[in-house]
Design a protein around this ligand. Sequence first.
Ligand code: 5GP
Length: 184
Amino acid sequence: MKNLKKLIIITGPSGVGKGTVVKQLLDSKKDIWLSISATTRNPRMGEKDGVNYYFISDEKFKDMVDKKEFLEWAQFAGNYYGTPLSTVNEKIESGFIVLLEIEVEGAKQIKEKFPEALSIFLLPPSDEELEKRIRNRGTEKEEAIKMRLRRAKYEIASSDRFDFVLTNYHVDETVKRIFEIIKS
Ligand code: 5GP
């Protein structure tokens, strides 16, 4: 892969607001492209294949792992998630800043392999606020919420491995900080 300075990883626990921050980054700048991940989890209501994710089977996922078609991949709350390598390469080569919105294990894998990629960890204002955000989203059943909250504690403990750690109090402020980071 070339020009990894153009690869930006947004990571942090589920519910911290990565999706909202990323959406605002994409709306404000045309030369940013968001990588579409592959996952084995079922689509939520309103999610579309090829738009939110590529929804694929466990077999297909394993096959892609074997063929080394992922830049990184990880298991999260009972499902697999991975970043398809070929499109990331193509977009970087055609001049885009490529954003990855991924969980912490995958982000660590990329940082180890490609330290020049820029990584930003989003922290929730508090544990209580994180739980509130996950619950208010209303997309997960109780068991999945508990799994995500347990995982969040472990993920937050590795926040210091990343280049920048931002507490996501308000989306606007966080997005402004990210643009400052990108410019510098
Ligand atoms: P969700 O099921 O809520 O869409 O995503 C669960 C977690 O997986 C989120 O933290 C999300 O950022 C992360 N995720 C989404 N795509 C990928 C990916 O390609 N790789 C990794 N490692 N994590 C991902």
